[in-house]
Design a protein around this ligand. Structure first.
Ligand SMILES: Cc1cc2nc3c(=O)[nH]c(=O)nc-3n(C[C@H](O)[C@H](O)[C@H](O)COP(=O)(O)OP(=O)(O)OC[C@H]3O[C@@H](n4cnc5c(N)ncnc54)[C@H](O)[C@@H]3O)c2cc1C
Length: 399
């Protein structure tokens, strides 16, 4: 008996979208706009909170900056999509149901999994107990509270990737009374051209961020961190940005996942083990000609739109098309007054061209502010969301 028959209440095809992040919202708006006039399709979006989390601005939240109140249910108004507020605790891929807050069960015919990722605090002992993260708006607010209560002291940002760089710069700019130390295996901006990297390093130096590259944090302590080799660095606050991990829900449901817990998809973004499940955004392991995509908003939104287009095609009895995406930039904020934007080839390798200073600040802000108005446009003109770089020869061979 199918999940649809079991409920006995509806004959509509139920599409349940998990996660109203950048990717999940793109999927929900795109699909709802396309099936608006169909009574035989029901779109439901599930998310932990009603307020949209602008993840790309969480380092601003972590330094006490107030962000716009963006309401997901308000955005969905007029689309026909339902919003369910709740915490997804389990997916039963055989029964085709989703459990919410442990006591509600939502059946689906098609599932779109877009629950994103969180900071990987399981990477080293002590990180889970002693480190702050930017995993959610609540986590960022906890960090903001802690920083606001310090008159002096040291903040260690452990992890020199883009989140670590943006956090360290923002904290140093907003809290000049604190010493900010950025630690990581790689030098910050390692994937950039020498020019962009030199600019980034000069900006961090100007902001007073002490950078220690080539070090490995092996433990987070209540009052600092321990490095490989035994050295300890005392800190009043440790922020952990050493990689991301994906919710164990997908693996627990029996969906095929990769070593990081991401759902492995086929070229159409369907789970290779459960084709009625589409995976999008940071939670998906999507292979392109250049390799498996890494989590970004620039790639995440297109995955949501593409999943919606594919579901719409299947509902109309047509074949879904393969997904293709090529990167085009790496924008990095360096506090509110500075930034660097590295333009990239579709495989994410750096092009020669970069923006710095005020131009880069404007570019980064435009990029960061663009998703919400994009969703608004998509409600009225779904096709307006379907443009992104397909990656040319870099993705043509994708399997
Ligand atoms: C500080 C920072 C700066 C960044 N800057 C950039 C940038 O400049 N450009 C760029 O392209 N990318 C950037 N990123 C990366 C980008 O934010 C992510 O790749 C993007 O958010 C992924 O989108 P998503 O929809 O997959 O997941 P998310 O945006 O994380 O959304 C997941 C949603 O699912 C919800 N959720 C999770 N688990 C559950 C559950 N069990 N039950 C119910 N709801 C749940 C969450 O609350 C959230 O609303 C940045 C990230 C950070 C942290």
């Amino acid at each position: 008996m199918s999940a649809r028959q079991e409920t006995g209440t509806t004959t509509a095809h139920r599409v349940v979208i998990l996660g109203a992040g950048y990717a999940g919202l793109a999927a929900a708006i795109q699909l709802a706009a396309r099936v608006k006039r169909r009574e035989d399709v029901q779109v439901t979006l599930v998310n932990a909170q009603e307020r949209f989390t602008e993840r790309m601005r969480l380092h601003m939240t972590a330094t006490g900056q107030r962000l716009a109140e963006l309401s997901v249910p308000e955005l969905l108004e007029g689309t026909g999509a339902q919003f369910v507020r709740g915490w997804v605790t389990a997916v039963d891929a055989d029964a085709k149901t989703v459990r919410i807050d442990d006591d509600r069960v939502l059946p689906y015919d098609t599932l779109v999994y877009g629950l994103g990722g969180v900071a990987d605090t399981s990477a080293v002992p002590g990180a889970e107990d002693h480190a702050y993260t930017l995993s959610s708006a609540q986590d960022a607010e906890l960090l903001a509270d802690r920083l606001a209560r310090l008159d002096s002291g040291t903040v260690v940002v452990a992890g020199s990737g883009l989140t670590g760089i943006e956090s360290a710069a923002e904290i140093a700019e907003r809290h000049p009374e604190l010493n900010v130390v950025l630690l990581g295996r790689q030098e910050p901006g390692a994937a950039m051209t020498p020019k962009a990297k030199a600019y980034l390093h000069a900006a961090l130096h100007r902001l007073g961020v002490q950078v220690r590259a080539g070090v490995e944090v092996v433990k987070v302590l209540p009052d600092g961190v321990e490095l490989a080799g035994g050295e300890s660095i005392a800190a009043d606050v440790v922020q952990w940005t050493g990689g991301t991990r994906i919710s164990p829900l997908a693996a627990a449901a029996g969906l095929a996942v990769d070593e990081r817990g991401r759902i492995v998809t086929d070229a159409m973004l369907r789970s290779v083990s459960h084709p009625e499940v589409y995976a999008i955004g940071d939670a998906a392991a999507i292979r392109q000609g250049y390799g498996v995509m890494h989590g970004t908003c620039q790639g995440g939104m297109p995955t949501g739109v593409h999943a919606a287009l594919s579901i719409d095609r299947v509902l109309e009895g047509r074949q879904p098309k393969p997904f293709r995406f090529g990167y085009y930039h790496t924008p990095v904020s360096l506090g509110r007054g500075d930034a660097v934007v590295q333009f990239t080839r579709p495989d994410d390798s750096p092009r020669r061209f970069c923006l710095t200073g005020r131009m880069a600040v404007r570019y980064k802000e435009t990029v960061t502010a663009s998703p919400w108005p994009t969703y608004g446009r998509m409600k009225k003109m779904p096709a307006s969301g379907a443009f992104w770089p397909r990656g040319g020869r870099f993705t043509r061979e994708a399997k």
